[in-house]
Design a binder for this molecule. Structure first.
Ligand code: OAD
Length: 237
């Protein structure tokens, strides 16, 4: 029999217990950096060196972090479920924990591309996207087509090319789990609204969340503790 489809939407909170900071919690990344300077299309045009440095720092930090028990628990669900992870995170911790189907809505920090590629004009082709691992990228580092390399990240002000694919996945879910996201960045925050009516939705987050009109079940714990509860809930079904 085909496995049922579980769609897991994750945000920065799932990686918090790996040592990666979230964006909007007290002391989070956006407390310390202005996202419009380091992570927006205008910021890139104004000061690409600053943007490159910000993501060099993210890569350096990621190299020191490992997947936590929540990433591993999500991967382990693949034995019973057809699990599709949709992550807003630009880290690679789901892949390193063993998840086999991961869609990165906001890009991947370990990848780069020429600044003139993967846009509306070329249909968001990823032909020139390259893996840079945890390496640094500097002004003057050029792609094979001669253009400056930039992070393969969806900057504020840019389209989210994988959104349609993500909507399709969510609309086919038998069950949806959301972990560690403030649901404040659109269009990602609207995804759960594309579940079929009656599809159960669980959200794991230690903070109060707006459980929306779809009546989500809130597991008010950190990702690691909350995943233990979620797995117990699945066993009892
Ligand atoms: P936020 O920083 O907005 O939200 C993090 C969420 O994680 C909050 O709801 C926290 O309560 C929760 N949280 C904190 N610690 C946790 C833990 N140990 N376990 C579980 N949850 C925890 O991060 P995102 O919602 O992911 O975009 O932000 C969305 C997007 O905004 C990011 O992808 C990024 C950012 O700007 C880009 O960079 C394009």
């Amino acid at each position: 029999m085909d496995k049922k489809k579980l769609v897991v939407l994750t945000g920065a909170g799932v990686s918090a217990e790996s040592g990666l900071g979230t964006y909007r919690d007290n002391g989070g990344l956006w407390d310390r950096y202005d996202p419009m300077e380091v992570a927006s299309d205008r910021g890139w045009r104004r000061n690409p060196g600053l943007v490159l440095d910000f993501y060099n720092m993210q890569r350096e930090k990621l190299q020191t972090c490992a997947p936590n028990a929540a990433h591993k628990a999500i991967a382990s669900l693949e034995s019973d479920w057809d699990v599709q992870v949709i992550t807003q995170n630009v880290d690679n911790l789901h892949e390193r924990a063993g998840s086999s189907k991961v869609l990165h809505l906001h890009g991947e920090v370990t990848k780069v591309r020429p600044e003139n590629c993967c846009n509306e004009a070329d249909g968001f082709s990823e032909k020139f996207v390259r893996d840079v691992g945890y390496g640094r990228v500097s002004l003057g580092d050029l792609a094979e087509n001669g253009a400056q390399l930039r992070p393969h990240i969806v900057f504020f002000g840019e389209a989210v090319p994988k959104m349609q694919e993500a909507v399709q996945m969510v609309s086919q879910a038998d069950l949806m789990l959301i972990v560690g996201t403030s649901l404040s960045v659109y269009p990602a925050a609207s995804l759960y609204g594309f579940t079929q009516p009656g599809t159960p939705i669980y959200i794991i987050d230690p903070a109060d969340v707006n459980t929306g009109s779809r009546g989500m079940h809130h597991i008010k714990k950190t990702a690691v503790e909350g995943m233990k509860d979620f797995i117990e809930i699945l066993k009892s079904k």
